[in-house]
Design a protein around this ligand. Structure first.
Ligand code: ADP
Ligand code: MG
Length: 361
């Protein structure tokens, strides 16, 4: 029996049709990640699954129960479908423990003692037993999200829907939350996760939905979607998430912001500290050789297949290889650049000097 069976689901907001025709099934124990450009209806699909949004057409079955049937008690059903939001949605006036016991006491009619026992067990599971008496305001974002997950588990759901659970978090907090999600995956929890986190999509989920144009445009195993996407838009999206671009248009560009973004890109793709360090150094040295800052694009492209990071530096202007300018040949900067790459290629194309560097790991 499937956990969810979705048939020709559609959803419009007035004139705007967001979901055109979604048909799929989600089996017990599956971990589905939903990826795709923003605005393509990923959250809407998730919210339709527990009727936080009313579908405009089609049918949804939860354990063979027709969610849209008049006789279905949706409040009851919703208790079995957990939901975790980007913004945590904790009750700020309640302690962590009370956040976890409220639902079980009110809705599952558990005794306070029983609910507290279970809550402490769950707080241990997410590493926050120590914080039982704290209030949400006293916690970091990562801790809040782990409390939100524990609160969700306290209702003993059969499936958990996550809507970008880590997108409000910085990288260290993201990994705290990923560790908890990974643990739930190991325990066989059925999960549907809308995410920009490729770590989830690639390494935790069992199946990936790529959404575009109001449909599940392509679905497959993480390996199929990431290494061998079949359709054009999927391919474009996958290439895009693997690529980072920074534009510079004046000498006063924000070096710190650029470096922080490069580091975030490296983290996201689980690249080693060493590669990250080499890229930062490369960027600094290449920019150090530059005189004209009016039109520069700096990109990183990661190829998972070859586990290789390419650094691409483009600057508009007359042809001039920055690495071969007469007396600058033995410039310390040039030596440093060369020592951080295992390949360097220069070309001039469409009015742009382009350096392609394979970054050393
Ligand atoms: P995603 O999660 O993929 O970024 P959403 O499902 O949030 O996309 O939104 C898809 C589209 O539906 C967007 O254009 C958004 O503005 C619109 N939308 C979402 N919720 C509502 C709503 N309650 N009322 C009107 N439009 C909405
Ligand atoms: Mg969304």
């Amino acid at each position: 029996m499937s956990v969810f069976r979705i048939e020709h689901l559609s959803k419009s907001f007035g004139e705007l049709t967001v979901l055109k025709d979604i048909t799929t099934t989600i089996e017990k124990g599956e971990i589905i990640s939903i990826i795709g450009p923003s605005g393509t209806g990923k959250s809407t699909l998730l919210r339709c699954l527990n009727l936080l949004e009313m579908p405009s057409g089609g049918r949804i079955f939860f354990n063979d129960l027709d969610l849209l049937a008049r006789t279905t008690n949706i409040t009851k059903i919703r208790q079995r479908i957990g939901m975790v939001f980007q913004s945590f949605n904790l009750y700020n006036h309640l302690s962590v423990l009370d956040n976890l016991t409220l639902g079980p006491v009110k809705l599952l009619r558990k005794s306070k003692a029983e609910a507290e026992l279970k809550a402490m067990e769950l707080l241990k599971l997410v590493g926050l037993a120590e914080k039982a008496a704290s209030f949400p305001d006293e916690l970091s974002g990562g801790q809040k999200q782990r409390v939100a997950i524990a609160r969700c588990l306290a209702m003993e759901p059969e499936v958990i829907l996550f809507d970008e659970p880590t997108s409000a978090l910085d990288p260290t907090m993201t990994s705290e939350v990923l560790a908890v999600i990974r643990r739930l995956a190991k325990e066989g929890m059925t999960m549907v996760i809308v995410t920009h986190e490729m770590e989830i999509a690639r390494n935790i989920s069992t199946r990936v939905f790529y959404m575009d144009e109001g449909f599940i445009y392509e679905e497959g195993t993480p390996q199929q979607i990431f290494e061998n996407p079949q359709r054009e838009k999927t391919r474009e999206f996958i290439n895009r998430v693997r690529r980072y671009t920074y534009r510079i248009t004046s000498k006063d560009y924000d070096l710190y912001a650029m470096n922080a973004e490069i580091e975030a890109f490296c983290e996201k793709h689980l690249l080693s500290r060493r590669i990250c360090h080499n890229v930062l150094l490369l960027a600094e040295e290449v920019l150090g050789l530059q005189r004209d800052f009016s039109d520069i694009t700096l990109s990183l492209a990661y190829s998972e297949k070859d586990d290789r990071l390419e650094f691409i530096f483009e600057s508009a202007g007359e042809p001039a290889n920055p690495l071969e300018e007469g007396e600058r040949e033995d410039d310390l900067g040039i030596i440093l650049i060369k020592s951080r790459c295992d390949s360097i290629q220069y070309k001039y194309e469409n009015g742009k000097n382009i350096l392609l560097c394979g970054v050393k790991g």
